[in-house]
Design a protein around this ligand. Structure first.
Ligand code: AMP
Ligand code: MN
Ligand code: MN
Ligand code: MN
Length: 283
């Protein structure tokens, strides 16, 4: 099964519209797809309609920003009911504050002589409620300040750098509850990306499970083969369902294209087995 359950459209910080992401996933052989925009579900109808029209099965999705132990963690919600009022309110609250944060980021960059980045980043935004660091990065590359987005993050947008602004996202408990309350399954996204100590990682996983979280993203564009192996073992250790997703954002920037990932290790139980009743199949 070629499942790709993690990617972005311009409803968050991707560059393509939901229909074009669907078409690209289908062209790459994806059989089960989920669009998972950051803190947003307003692209879900377009994504689902496009997927079903192409003959591709669809799971609804979102990727929720969470603050945990002084770090940002991303929780995927798969198979959620997009009409669920608590989920909609929770995501709206999580999006709130992005504009103020972006204005502060621009102030920080102006202090090191880089002017006009708020207006610059806005040029790249598809959804005014979802201005993200990625949009600043694209602006700083296209204006020649840096040669690629990795360099922008390293020099300007991570902790200790002039464009970084600490931000308070959703709590782990709330994010998992919004997802499960809307009939979905919560998954810890790209676990190898967090700079946690082993103790903090243990706390993340055990608290996530205590709140009702059930999945771990094992195979993702953000993991090396060794990291995928390591988190396959973690999934077994904690009896978590395994997920697979490219985290595709853009044809120009993403090194892992939709649907072009290794298979999940055969001994793991995939999230989609527990989501059968939530998958929307083409007619
Ligand atoms: P935000 O939600 O505004 O904090 O932006 C986070 C987004 O920035 C992530 O979803 C990624 O798309 C992107 N990102 C984070 N770190 C990096 C990095 N080192 N290089 C490129 N993109 C990154
Ligand atoms: Mn992103
Ligand atoms: Mn993420
Ligand atoms: Mn993502």
């Amino acid at each position: 099964m070629n499942a790709d359950l993690h990617c972005h459209s311009f409803v968050s910080d991707g560059t393509l519209d939901p229909q074009s992401v669907a078409a690209r996933a289908h062209a790459n052989g994806v059989e089960l797809w989920a669009l998972t925009d950051h803190d947003e579900i307003s692209g879900q109808q377009r994504a689902r309609d496009a997927a079903l029209a192409l003959g591709m099965s669809y799971l609804t999705g979102t990727e929720i920003s969470v603050s945990f132990a002084g770090n940002t963690v991303h929780i995927l919600g798969l198979g959620v009911d997009v009409e669920d009022a608590a989920l909609q309110a929770g995501l709206a609250a999580t999006r709130g504050g992005r504009r103020e944060r972006a204005l502060e980021m621009a102030d920080g960059l102006a202090k090191v002589g880089i002017e006009g980045t708020f207006e610059g980043a806005l040029q790249y935004v598809g959804n005014p409620q979802l201005i993200s660091r990625t949009h600043f990065a694209r602006h700083l590359v296209d204006t020649g300040v840096c040669t690629d987005t990795q360099e922008v993050f390293r020099r300007f947008l991570v902790e200790g750098r002039p464009g970084f602004v600490p931000h308070r996202w959703a709590t782990l408990r709330d994010a998992v509850n919004w997802v499960t309350g809307a009939g979905g399954l919560a998954v810890i996204a790209h676990p190898a990306r967090y700079r946690f100590t082993p103790t903090e990682e243990y706390a993340l996983i055990t608290e996530f499970i205590a709140h009702g979280g059930r999945g771990l993203e094992v195979v993702t564009g953000s993991h090396s083969a060794a990291e995928a192996q390591r988190y396959a073992a973690t999934a077994v250790e904690f009896d978590l369902l395994a997920s697979r997703g490219s985290d595709f954002h853009s044809p120009e920037e993403s090194h892992t294209d939709l649907g072009t990932l290794p298979a999940l290790p055969a001994h793991l139980r995939p999230v989609w087995e527990a989501l059968e009743g939530r998958i929307q199949h083409p007619a």
